[in-house]
Design a protein around this ligand. Structure first.
Ligand SMILES: *Cc1c(COP(=O)(O)O)cnc(C)c1O
Length: 365
């Protein structure tokens, strides 16, 4: 049987029955790619670093794992409209799975509320082309979330943000895949923290999949300094960071994240935008691994934690790279010293000059 997505694969761990219409785009089964040079850069002897490339999910982020579950349950319960607030990737995923619901012959409309001006172009365009109604509000993510919460409580429309418990259920399958592939838990799991749904889901996944007497990872979460409510134990009214996917001042799963951190003997800290962008560049340029800027937050965290002596020798680390590198082309272009509008004549002689090449006949061997 061909692969049919996370619900089929991990059915017995998920709240589905034979009556659940499974809405899948074959999400999951994402690769663990080793980041040898990031490992070397940490200076920690014998360290193994693997990146879980969640950007290879159908709409380009880990949000697809939660969305296949949330949307399947919404259809089972007869919902005909779904809504979410989003920093971008949730809206792309909701739009994709709503389209898939229609493809299966059910009625389904999707609505996404996003903070105007703070959603990467790739994500905005996805929500639109999948056929979602996109509403941009002059406010931040937290404002958008408050709006959709009150709408879903008072109108016949299903909330598919990570407050929806089925989202967490789907997302925990990332932990299952890591254990299946490594044969055991890694020692540490590094990941970015925004609304804190993913750190909650991963910890839930490890607890359900790995018996208590076996190794489970320490959860190491990282926020952007300008949006670090959990680290600072206070709401950020005006969160600011280049990492727009985690530009969140009042995380929905704050308490659950704190529980995951204490139960796993974990660690939460923040990194600066500069550290995030440096890690983003290093991943691409030193290990050939792509992700969107926000996703590099866990790797920036690894480099910081290693420097602080928090990562022991010979340990195995998995970094969750939450979103695809193509989501945010403008940040990529800004980070390199190259003018995207500079052009040259279509002439070999000119290009030879630009590349600084010397002719073969001039080379003495
Ligand atoms: C949603 C998202 C996050 C943050 O995940 P939370 O569950 O909100 O903590 C991180 N990176 C990317 C790319 C995301 O889309």
């Amino acid at each position: 049987m061909h692969y049919q997505g996370i619900i089929h694969r991990y059915k017995k761990y998920l709240p589905v029955t034979d009556a659940t219409p499974i809405v899948s785009l074959c999400e999951g089964r994402t690769p663990l790619v080793e980041a040898m040079n990031i490992a070397k850069l940490t200076g920690v002897k014998g360290l193994k670093v693997f990146c879980k490339i969640e950007g290879l999910n159908p709409s380009g982020s880990f949000k697809d794992r939660g969305m296949t579950m949330a949307v399947s349950k919404a259809v089972e319960e007869g919902a005909k409209k779904i809504i979410c607030a989003s920093t971008g990737n949730t809206s792309a995923a909701a739009a994709a799975y709503a389209s898939r619901v229609r493809a299966m012959g059910y009625e389904m409309e999707s609505f996404v509320i996003i903070p105007a001006g703070y959603v990467a172009l790739g994500k905005l365009s996805q929500a639109m082309i999948y056929g979602s109604k996109v509403i941009q509000v002059r406010g931040n993510f937290d404002d958008a979330l408050n709006i959709v919460k009150s709408l879903s409580e008072n109108y016949p429309i299903e909330l598919v943000n990570s407050l929806n418990p089925y989202r967490i259920e789907g997302q925990k399958t990332g932990a299952f895949e890591i254990v299946d592939e490594l044969g055991e838990s890694p020692d540490y799991l590094f990941l970015p923290v925004g609304n804190a749904g993913n750190i909650t889901a991963y910890w839930k996944g490890f607890k359900e999949y790995v018996p208590e007497n076996q190794k489970r990872p320490h959860m190491y979460g990282f926020q952007a300094e300008g949006a670090s409510p959990i680290v600072n134990k206070r709401v950020f009214d005006k969160p600011e960071t280049i990492a727009t996917a985690i530009r969140i001042g009042n995380p929905a799963s704050w308490e659950q994240a704190n529980r995951a951190l204490s139960e796993s003997n974990g660690h939460i800290d923040s990194v600066t935008d500069r550290e995030i962008l440096d890690a983003y560049k290093l991943l691409h340029q030193m290990d050939g691994i792509a992700c969107e800027p926000s996703s590099a937050t866990g790797v920036a965290g690894l480099l910081k934690a290693a420097k602080q002596g928090l990562v022991p020798e010979n340990s195995t680390v998995v970094c969750i790279l939450t979103g695809n590198g193509l989501k945010d082309p403008s940040t990529a272009i800004k980070e390199v010293d190259m003018d995207e509008n500079e052009t040259y004549p279509a002439d070999a002689a000119e290009i030879i000059k630009v590349l600084g090449l010397q002719s073969l006949s001039g080379v003495v061997s």
